[in-house]
Design a protein around this ligand. Structure first.
Ligand SMILES: NC(=O)c1ccc[n+]([C@@H]2O[C@H](COP(=O)([O-])OP(=O)(O)OC[C@H]3O[C@@H](n4cnc5c(N)ncnc54)[C@H](OP(=O)(O)O)[C@@H]3O)[C@@H](O)[C@H]2O)c1
Length: 279
């Protein structure tokens, strides 16, 4: 089985560079999907309170019979829980739903810059969770440079990761450089743009040149850029395909051809204007 490289976070914790995402995996199918991913060899699962499937993630891990200590699990604070007490309670609920005594990484899912709870207050709650030892690392998702700048100025713990939308149609090089400059690892969500980039002629050309599939060359492009990725699939053959990234390389020309597809196109909301809080 291929070895997945790890990346060291700013507090010394190691994260596998390739994981398995479970956004839009229906709760009733999540245990099976996670068990399949673990059988294939994945040791990193990315879930969130918002996905409603943390129970399934815990069940899948127990069913696979892989030691909890060998698996890196991330979850994220839901948008309705940004106030301190709500955040602490929601974190406890995540642990209860997963059936764990700790999370490897806990993130603020969205900054929600327009709501009445300032994300700086939310980050201070994240710091409390981190100091309790029940989250081995903490980070953010969908934060831009100005949001991170406020955390640097007003709080103590530096986020370990920033998980943002990145794929060939949205390469986010400025934000990635900002993260790197501040010792924050960038994680790329929707790494194949939910499938949208796979028919792109340039991606297909690189796939033909390397004898790999469009998904594999796109995911390999992320890996060679140094980002963490966790493609989602409920299809076993694709789960296997997306794991086979470490026995080939893209040339500089291949990398450039894929990067040139950037057109600033999002598949998801813009963090500057997204302020949705569930009732
Ligand atoms: N922090 C955030 O705000 C945020 C937002 C979105 C996503 N995420 C995270 O990022 C993860 C990945 O993003 P995503 O789920 O949005 O999208 P994605 O991984 O870019 O794409 C998933 C879609 O592509 C299909 N697919 C997967 N592998 C394929 C392959 N080899 N060939 C052809 N099609 C393939 C899947 O279909 P099937 O499942 O039907 O096989 C699914 O429809 C999520 O699961 C979640 O963990 C985070």
């Amino acid at each position: 089985m291929a070895t997945v490289p790890t990346i060291t976070l700013n507090n010394g914790v190691q994260i596998p560079q390739l994981g398995f995402g479970v956004y839009q995996v229906p709760p009733a199918e999540t245990a099976t999907a996670v068990q399949t991913a673990l059988e294939v060899g994945y040791r990193h699962i990315d879930t969130a309170q918002m996905y409603g499937n943390e129970k399934g993630v815990g069940e899948g891990i127990r069913a696979a019979g892989v030691d909890r200590g060998e698996i890196f699990v991330t979850s994220k604070l839901n948008n309705g829980f940004h106030a301190r007490d709500d955040a602490l309670r929601a974190f406890d609920q995540s642990l209860a739903d997963l059936g764990f005594d700790h999370l490897d990484l806990f993130l603020i899912h969205w900054p929600l810059p327009g709501i009445d709870v300032d994300f700086v207050e939310t980050w201070k709650a994240m710091e409390e969770i981190y100091r309790s030892g029940r989250a081995t690392a903490i980070g953010v998702s969908n934060f831009h440079a100005q949001h991170l700048g406020r955390l640097f100025a007003e709080t103590e713990v530096r986020p370990a990761v920033n998980q943002v939308e990145i794929h060939p149609y949205l390469v986010q090089d400025d934000l990635r450089a900002f993260d790197a400059e501040h010792q924050i690892v960038t994680e790329a969500w929707s790494p194949i743009a939910q499938g949208k980039v796979l028919d792109d002629p340039a991606v297909v050309r690189v796939a033909e040149r390397t004898g790999r599939t469009p998904a594999q060359v796109t995911l390999r492009w992320h890996v060679q850029r140094g980002d963490v990725v966790f493609p989602k699939s409920v299809t076993r053959s694709r789960v296997e395909e997306n794991f086979a990234l470490f026995d080939f390389q893209l040339s500089e020309d291949d990398m450039r051809e894929i990067s040139a597809l950037d057109r600033g196109e999002r598949t998801g909301p813009d963090p500057e204007t997204f302020n949705h809080v569930p009732r």
